[in-house]
Design a protein around this ligand. Structure first.
Ligand SMILES: *Cc1c(COP(=O)(O)O)cnc(C)c1O
Length: 406
């Protein structure tokens, strides 16, 4: 077989469909976020980032940076091993305590990323609970799907955010079997929010465990940044709450929070936890500073909400079609992969506005979009520039506007 030409052909196919991914080569500037520098070959261009998951700008927060500097000078660069073999640093222990407290759980367990936490925790639980059946929301993230698949447990997909369909599927499973219901709170592409209480009611009726991915909610929602479940007073009803330290907390890493026994079980059996080097102490220290800060500070969350509302209102006024949702994510619908990529390129090249096109397989074909995530640090001026640029390209491409257009 001609391996190289196979790779080339597959890539050509992606390009033809307009869904070949091109990275923007960025240099983030601490203190200037969402401003960044974009490199094209050797030349540098200023850009405003509109699609970061550093939702609150905590990645440049002085307290977080100070904590990381301090930890590097105190502990050095790496952790030195897996958690089991000399890699557990005191900073990991302190961070896990902080996270358990954030979610009102007995324990928390750190992983190298949110992806790994979902993959490792779900695959371990579903494979080790004897004859476990997993109920998975149809819109679950790839990391959850892969974890469930790896477990080889039976998996039934229930209709997105649909407690009735979940109930039907659970009723179909022998009552004595262990069951695990896996879903998210804020879904990152549509920005819709799960009916957590109703899903917990159904799970409880059928004696199922619940596993909630709060990756797009931690730091952002709830009086202490504990997520949607905290906001709605539901944290105690979830068996496992999973989160990331890489999005609103601005650093890196993932975790689960749950009972002491469940965390200890995953710690003891999950390959994706056991056989990998622990996060550097400085990462843990930075994440802990961020979590601690957002437990008490409302400034970032309030300003974030204000910026999101402002962008939404301005785009609505000029008829840019958006998916309506109750979260901080603003999906601007283009519904065509090539146009989506073209608009994104045009915004970047002509206006220094960086927003990634979101195409298949991240979203369904025909629902291609630009996903805007305003942060507390986007200024009125940034918003003005965005609105004018979008209006311009919508007219140039004769794209449809909604009736709301003035
Ligand atoms: C990003 C994401 C993850 C993975 O988290 P990382 O820390 O980026 O690995 C998990 N779940 C959802 C829903 C996500 O969007």
């Amino acid at each position: 077989m001609d391996y190289e030409s196979f790779f080339e052909q597959q890539l050509a196919l992606l390009r033809d469909e307009g869904r070949y991914r091109v990275f923007a080569d960025l240099e983030r500037k601490a203190g200037a976020f969402p401003a960044a520098t974009r490199y094209v070959g050797e030349t540098a261009h200023p850009v405003t980032v509109w699609c970061s998951n550093d939702y609150l700008g905590m990645g440049q927060h002085q307290g977080v940076r100070d904590a990381m500097h301090e930890a590097i000078d105190r502990c050095g660069a790496g952790s030195g091993g897996t958690r089991n073999i000399s890699g557990t640093n005191h900073d990991h222990v302190l961070l896990e305590r902080e996270l358990a407290d954030l979610h009102g759980k007995e324990s928390a367990l750190l992983f190298t990323s949110g992806y790994v936490s979902n993959w490792a925790a779900l695959s371990t639980l579903a494979s080790r609970l004897p004859n476990c059946a997993v109920l998975s929301d149809a819109s679950n993230h790839a990391s959850m799907i892969e974890g469930i698949r790896h477990s080889r447990a039976e998996c039934r997909v229930f209709a997105h955010n649909d407690p009735e369909d979940l109930a039907r599927k659970l009723a179909d499973i022998a009552p004595e079997r262990p069951k695990l219901v896996a879903f998210e709170s804020v879904y990152s592409m549509d920005g819709d929010i799960a009916p957590i209480a109703e899903l917990c009611d159904v799970a409880e009726t059928y004696g199922a465990m619940t596993y909630l991915d709060e990756v797009h909610a931690v730091g952002l929602y709830g009086p202490r940044g504990g997520g949607i479940a905290e906001r709605e007073g539901l944290m105690h009803r979830l068996t496992v709450i999973e989160g990331t330290l890489g999005k609103a907390f601005g650093v890196m890493g993932g975790y689960i929070a749950s009972s002491a026994a469940l965390c200890d079980f995953v710690r003891s059996f999950a390959s994706g936890f056991i056989f990998t080097t622990a996060l550097p102490p400085a990462i843990a220290a930075g994440a802990r500073a961020s979590v601690k800060h957002l437990k008490v500070s409302q400034v970032e969350r309030l300003r974030h909400r204000d910026r999101v509302a402002k962008v939404r209102a301005r785009l609505q006024a000029i008829g840019i079609p958006m998916l309506d949702n109750p979260s901080h994510i603003i999906p601007v619908m283009v519904r065509d992969a090539k146009k989506c990529k073209m608009i994104s390129d045009w915004l970047l090249d002509n206006h220094g506005i960086y927003v990634q096109p979101i195409n298949y397989p991240t979203v369904a074909k025909g629902t291609e979009r630009l996903r805007f995530t305003p942060t507390p640090l986007h200024t009125d001026e940034d918003i003005d520039r965005l609105v004018h640029a979008l209006s311009d390209i919508w007219s140039q491409c004769a794209l449809a506007r909604t009736a709301a257009a003035a």
